[in-house]
Design a protein around this ligand. Structure first.
Ligand code: GLN
Length: 326
């Protein structure tokens, strides 16, 4: 690589950083949307927190705003648990229980793939609960340890749950209980339902920052190798499957519009986080707890729309190939 190209990379990074700073400034005044309140503890969050972070597959990191602020990962965990299930049990076993089709329904819809007698996809609650059912271990403690190990490999530190959110969801998560018992009645999940729900609520309550999420994104973008530790966290073929369902199902019933306009495999959570993965380039994460009608962060969606357009990040953008050089 000649020095001219190196300069080009440095310039592009500077351009990216300036743009992210400007976008953070422009978007911080948007106060549409509301925090999730169906989990009572989530309604108590600080509404004005706002952060954007990015990390490349070679470990270069950039962030602006409240990048050290911790929030619960919520549904972004679904993507990671899906990878764990595929790696542990293989595609066929997982596909028998959870399909890969976007639903067009809300994330907590009480619907199954009636034809296949399975959950519709792993990015909505039904699918995620069926995936959590597959977490190995003899009891809750052992299964929590399995999930904690997975998180630790992505994060580079031990995960910590927000106990208040975990308990709040345990106390009020009746809709998820309904979904789980429906799946039990169909023979999709095992009969240790309450334990599996507890594990599901625990995995959703893990605290992360946008810095953490960007590092997770960089790992997936890097075919499963954590750029910070060099460790293979998840297999490359599994990353491919994770990215596919993230693109088609990751933004709930907004997934189609998202794929069309933004075109970045992504997963959002009702905690206010969005994680986007640019394959072979890196991860981008946003946090703002005000959500739209789909359960996606209003400011986060806006940031991703802008970044996708300005840097040709859409997977099928004809101008995209240059980005591989960064
Ligand atoms: N813990 C949340 C729930 O199950 C996760 C949902 C989400 O982030 N969309 O309802």
């Amino acid at each position: 690589m000649g020095s001219g190209e190196v300069d080009g990379v440095a310039e592009r990074r500077q351009w990216f950083e300036q743009t992210v700073r400007r976008l953070h400034d422009d978007v911080r005044d948007i106060d549409d949307g509301a925090p999730a309140d169906y989990i009572p503890e989530l309604a108590t969050v600080d509404l004005d927190r706002f952060a954007i972070a990015a990390e490349t597959i070679d470990g270069a990191h950039f962030g602006v705003g409240d990048t050290a602020h911790r929030f619960t990962i919520q549904s972004i965990s679904k993507l990671l648990l899906y990878g764990l299930a595929l790696e542990t049990h293989g595609r066929e076993h997982v596909l028998e229980r959870v399909g890969v089709a976007p639903t067009g329904d809300s994330f907590n819809a009480i619907t199954l793939d009636e034809h296949g007698n399975r959950a519709p996809n792993p990015m909505v609650n039904a699918g995620a609960i069926a995936i959590t059912d597959l977490v190995a271990g003899d009891d809750l403690e052992a299964r929590v340890a399995t999930v904690a190990r997975m998180y630790e490999q992505y994060l580079g530190h031990r995960p910590e749950p927000d106990r208040a959110v975990w308990e709040s969801e345990w106390a009020t998560g009746h809709r998820n209980r309904a979904i789980a018992y429906l799946m039990l009645s169909r023979g999709i999940i095992d009969d240790r339902v309450e334990e599996t729900l507890d594990l599901y609520f625990a995995q959703c309550s893990v605290l992360v920052t946008t810095d953490d999420l960007a590092a997770i994104g960089a790992t997936i973008a890097n075919h499963g190798v954590n750029p910070r530790t060099g460790e293979q966290v998840v297999r490359p073929d599994v990353c491919r499957d994770m990215l596919t369902v993230a693109l088609t199902c990751g933004m709930y019933d907004y997934a189609g519009e998202w794929a069309f306009t933004v075109g970045i495999p992504a997963k959002s959570g009702v905690g206010g986080g969005i994680l986007g993965v640019i394959p072979d380039v890196g991860g981008i994460a946003t946090f703002s707890p005000r959500l739209d009608q789909f359960g996606n962060s209003v400011r986060g969606v806006r940031i991703f729309e802008e970044l996708s357009e300005q840097f040709a990040l859409h997977l099928f953008d004809p101008a995209r190939p240059w980005i591989r050089a960064t």
